[in-house]
Write a protein of this length. Structure first.
Lengths: 147, 189
C-alpha cells in the first residue's frame, strides 16, 4: 500500500475524497437544519441586532453631511469641512477688537504729545525763562501766598 | 453596494452553518453565538458598502478572525487552554487502508437507507464529533471547501494560505474523518 502523502494527487483518491467529503458535508447540513429552537431564536436576534447596528452606522455617515449643509447655509457651527471664508469670518470680530485697541492707543499717545507741545509753547512764549522753574528760590516764591 | 435586504437574506442563509462552524471550533454554544454575532455586526457595520457577491467570502473571513479573537481573549483570561495536540497530531495510520475505507464510507453516506432513524441520527452525531476533533486548520479548510462550497482559490483567500495548503488540509481532513468514522464503526455494512 502506498503511503498517504503519495496519493494526494491520485485522481481516484481525489474523487473518493470529494465524494466522501460531500457526503459528510451533507450530513453536517442535516444536523444544522435541526438546531434547537432557542439557538435559532438567538441567531435571529443576533442577526436583527447586527442589521440595526449597520443601519445606525449608515445613518451616522450622512449626518456629517447634514452638519455641513447647515453650516453652509449660514449657521455659526464651524467644522473641519467649513469653507475658508467662513472660518475667516469667524475671526473677524477679534481682528476688529485688536484694531480698535491700537487706534485708541494711537489716539492717546497723540493727545499726550499735543498737550506736552502746548505746555512747551506756553513756556517758550513767556517772558520768564524756563530755567527759572528749576531755581529753588523761585519755586519757594511761587508756593508762598501772595502778600 | 448590498442592500439591507440582501445582507439580511445572506446572514439568514449562513447563520446556522456559521454557528455550527463556531461550535466545532470553540465547543460551546454561548461562545459560538457570541462569535457569530460579532461577525455579523462587523459585516453589517464595516462592510455593508460592498457588493452582495463579496459577502460570502468576507463573512467567512470575518468569522475566522472573530474565532481567533475569541481564542486570544480566552487565552488572556486563562480560562481555556488550547489543546496543542490538535496541531501536532501524528499520522498513525498503521495498516489502515484509506482507499478502501474512503470507498466504503462514500458508499455508505451516499446511500440514504433511512431504515433506522436512530442509527442515522447517531451517525450524524458521530460525524459532527469527528469534525469537531479535527485540527483547526484542517477543519476550517474542510468546512469552507465542502460545506460552504468555496472553490480552492476562495478557500485559500479566506484562510490566508496557498491553494496547495488548502488541498493538503482538505485531503488530510477527509482521511482523518474517514479513519475516525471507521474506528467508530460507521462504515460497517
Amino acid at each position: 500500500m502506498k503511503p498517504v502523502h503519495q496519493r494526494f494527487d491520485d485522481p481516484t483518491v481525489q474523487a473518493l475524497e470529494n465524494r466522501l467529503a460531500l457526503g459528510l458535508a451533507g450530513a453536517l447540513s442535516q444536523q444544522t437544519s435541526a438546531l434547537p429552537h432557542d439557538v435559532i431564536e438567538r441567531l435571529r436576534f443576533a442577526r436583527e441586532q447586527s442589521l440595526e447596528k449597520g443601519r445606525n452606522a449608515r445613518l451616522a455617515a450622512p449626518a456629517g453631511q447634514q452638519v455641513l449643509a447647515v453650516s453652509v447655509s449660514g449657521s455659526a457651527a464651524l467644522g473641519s469641512t467649513t469653507p475658508w471664508w467662513q472660518r475667516t469670518l469667524g475671526v473677524l470680530p477679534l481682528l476688529l477688537l485688536v484694531a480698535g485697541l491700537l487706534m485708541i492707543q494711537e489716539f492717546s499717545v497723540r493727545e499726550q504729545m499735543l498737550a506736552t507741545a502746548e505746555v512747551d509753547a506756553v513756556l517758550l512764549a513767556d517772558q520768564l525763562p524756563p530755567a527759572a522753574y528749576s531755581d529753588p528760590g523761585f519755586g519757594e516764591y511761587l508756593r508762598s501766598p501772595p502778600p | 453596494m448590498a442592500t439591507e435586504k440582501e445582507i439580511s437574506d445572506f446572514l439568514k442563509s449562513v447563520e446556522k452553518r456559521a454557528f455550527k462552524r463556531a461550535v466545532y471550533a470553540v465547543r460551546g454554544d454561548d461562545a459560538a453565538l457570541d462569535i457569530v454575532q460579532d461577525a455579523m455586526i462587523k459585516l453589517t457595520v464595516s462592510y455593508s458598502d460592498r457588493p452582495a457577491a463579496e459577502l460570502p467570502m468576507l463573512f467567512q473571513r470575518i468569522l475566522s478572525n472573530a474565532t481567533m479573537d475569541w481564542f486570544r481573549r480566552e487565552k488572556v483570561r486563562s480560562r481555556v487552554i488550547q489543546n496543542l495536540s490538535d496541531f501536532a497530531r501524528s499520522e498513525e495510520d498503521g495498516d489502515f487502508d484509506l482507499l478502501e475505507s474512503l470507498q466504503v464510507m462514500g458508499d455508505t453516506l451516499g446511500t440514504e437507507s433511512a431504515a433506522d432513524a436512530v442509527a442515522r441520527a447517531q451517525m450524524l452525531r458521530l460525524i459532527e464529533s469527528a469534525v469537531a476533533e479535527l485540527p483547526g486548520r484542517q477543519r476550517e479548510a474542510f468546512l469552507l471547501r465542502y460545506w460552504e462550497e468555496f472553490d480552492v482559490a476562495e478557500t485559500a483567500a479566506v484562510m490566508g494560505c496557498s491553494e496547495g495548503s488548502v488541498k493538503t488540509h482538505c485531503s488530510r481532513a477527509v482521511h482523518a474523518l474517514a479513519k475516525a468514522m471507521r474506528d467508530k464503526g460507521v462504515n460497517q455494512p
